[in-house]
Write a protein that binds this ligand. Structure first.
Ligand SMILES: NC(=O)c1ccc[n+]([C@@H]2O[C@H](COP(=O)([O-])OP(=O)(O)OC[C@H]3O[C@@H](n4cnc5c(N)ncnc54)[C@H](O)[C@@H]3O)[C@@H](O)[C@H]2O)c1
Length: 374
């Protein structure tokens, strides 16, 4: 890509380290500024990553050399920061979930439309070699007609390791919205949108205790359910069984399996960009590993694909339609759990073509001189 892509990062907490390591590796990308409510944290992140400017969010939003604002704040600030950045004329790519609620997501989508700017959202793990190879297999008929799926994430909870885990037990998180988006995005990109859900949820403990970092020992209230079991009926007729839990003494991460009329496909952990992809033909117990092909950058892949899509004037893949659908499914699950009844999901998204296995970030068909905002 010959376009220079100016990146401004807002939110310089735990996950920003990964982005600040990966984004400068993308050819043409230039991280020009970091901002956080905690200006000291922004300065430390900028110093560690060699980013020239740091300050508050207002020192990033509105900078003429920032094309894309990468929003790595907590879910409670996703809408506020995203709206400010879109209204200032930037494209925005944010961490998951897109927002805490459908209403907040709608505000973001309208603001992007009004500003004529792009809105992208994590997860972007589905753009990695693992899910993209699976997408090519499913499209090529390797498993026949998809019939069922099982998705499972079980863990004792992020209060065990995150230095500031309160937000992970508040609106916009819980296991359903913190980890669910990886599984629900992979499932729906592979098999199409969800039409109806039936769910049960529970809260394992009213309080949690921070286990690590400077706040260790601090107790805080749990505000959302932390264990969710949901059955999802897809528009295709396939049925997925899902478990997302922060209440499990046993860790079981990354289980995602799709059953078809001809074979079963076991995917790599959808919170990772790659990993073993296995296929077992119907009527056998013989799993074979399928070599995966595709991009391996890690977090930031969605920002790279977004930048190329803007320059090439085509839709981007880690987009607000997909993220809104995932948020909608999660809202329907929460409503079903609370009311103990089936809940319909009405949103959808355009089916996506698999990425070219040879695609590498920054080397796409998007070459265009100058800023993405022109
Ligand atoms: N931690 C992880 O391993 C991880 C992995 C994948 C995705 N994520 C996602 O990334 C996002 C951030 O998670 P984190 O773990 O880095 O959280 P964190 O609490 O470690 O960092 C969030 C940062 O955002 C800042 N912030 C909050 N509100 C702000 C605002 N209005 N303006 C500017 N800065 C603001 C905070 O001061 C903090 O420095 C979340 O959406 C989370 O789901 C986290």
């Amino acid at each position: 890509m010959s376009a220079r892509v100016g990146i401004g990062v807002v939110g310089c907490g735990t996950i920003s380290r990964t982005y600040l390591e990966n984004l400068p590796r993308i050819p043409g990308f230039d991280v020009v500024a970091c901002g956080d409510l905690d200006v000291g944290r922004a300065r430390a992140a900028a110093d560690a990553a060699g980013v020239p400017h740091a300050g508050g969010p207002e020192d990033v939003i509105g900078r003429p050399d920032v094309d894309i604002v990468v929003n790595l704040t907590v879910p409670a600030a996703h809408a506020e920061v995203g709206l400010a950045a879109l209204r200032a004329g930037h494209h925005v790519y944010g961490e998951k979930p897109l927002a805490r609620s459908r209403a907040e997501a709608d505000l973001l989508v309208s603001a992007a439309e009004q500003a004529g700017r792009r809105l992208g959202s994590a997860p972007d793990t589905f753009l990695g070699a693992g899910v993209q190879t699976a997408l090519r297999l499913v499209r090529d008929g390797a498993i026949g007609r998809p019939v069922s799926a099982i998705a499972c994430f079980q863990d004792p909870g992020p209060d065990r390791w995150h230095p500031a885990p309160e937000f992970l037990f508040a609106a916009g998180a819980g296991a359903l919205l913190d980890m669910g988006p990886y599984y629900l995005t992979a499932l729906t990109v592979l098999l199409g949108p969800v039409r109806r859900v039936a769910a049960m949820e529970r809260e394992g403990a009213a309080e949690r205790v921070v286990a690590s970092g400077p706040q260790a020992g601090h107790r805080f209230a749990v505000e959302v359910p932390t264990h969710t079991s949901a059955v999802l009926e897809l528009a295709s007729g396939a049925v997925a069984t899902t478990v997302f839990s922060f209440d499990s003494p046993r860790k079981r991460h990354g289980f995602l399996e799709i059953g078809g009329t001809e074979a079963t496909l076991r995917l790599p952990d959808p919170n990772r960009f790659d990993g073993p992809l296995r296929l077992c033909p119907a009527g056998t117990d013989e799993w074979r590993e399928v070599p995966t092909e595709g991009a391996r950058l890690g977090r930031g892949l969605g920002v790279a694909e977004l930048a190329e899509a803007i320059a090439a004037e085509r839709p981007h893949r880690a987009n607000a339609q997909v993220a809104t659908h995932v948020l909608d499914v999660a809202a329907a699950v929460a409503e079903s759990g609370a009311r103990r009844r089936f809940v319909d999901v009405t949103s959808g998204f355009a089916a996506q073509e698999p990425l070219d296995p040879a695609w590498a970030p920054g080397e796409g068909d998007a070459a265009r001189e100058g800023s993405l905002l022109q």
